[in-house]
Design a protein around this ligand. Structure first.
Ligand code: NI
Length: 136
């Protein structure tokens, strides 16, 4: 069941509010309420992540397709973290590069440990971890 919306007043310095409006306009928001709600959620997700609460997210990895040891190492690491990996999608980016998107869900610390292991594999050109709420 969707929670009822509650109105509340916020007092801010004019300059800060102008900067905020300009910032959220650039982010595509058409009203402050949604922008403020997203900021609050982002803060909670970051807190959850730091305290080891359950998060969901994606690790993206771009790596050299020709390095077989890289491919094997990435697969070994993923097999060792089966408990927090929901799915993995492989994209052959071009002749030389592969992109892998690994969907994860679990305690923040475990998700971060997996992302760090994948990132540190030799042959990985770039890797990012994006986390969001697990919905709870
Ligand atoms: Ni590939």
């Amino acid at each position: 069941m969707k929670d009822k919306l509650v109105r509340f007043g916020v007092s801010l310095e004019g300059e800060l509010l102008r900067k905020f409006d300009s910032h959220i306009g650039a982010g595509g928001y058409d009203n402050r309420s949604k922008a403020i709600a997203d900021l609050i959620r982002k803060e909670f997700v970051s807190d959850l992540f730091e305290k080891g609460g359950a998060v969901a997210g994606a690790v993206t990895i771009v790596y050299d397709h020709h390095r077989r040891e890289t491919v094997n190492r990435l697969l070994d690491i993923q097999h060792d973290h089966g408990g927090i990996i929901i799915s993995a999608q492989h994209v052959h980016l071009d002749h030389d590069n592969c992109l892998e998107i690994v969907a994860v869900k679990g305690p923040g610390a475990k998700v971060k440990a997996l992302a760090d292991s994948l990132k540190s594999v030799k042959g990985v050109k770039h890797s990012t971890l994006s986390v969001t709420t697990a919905g709870k």
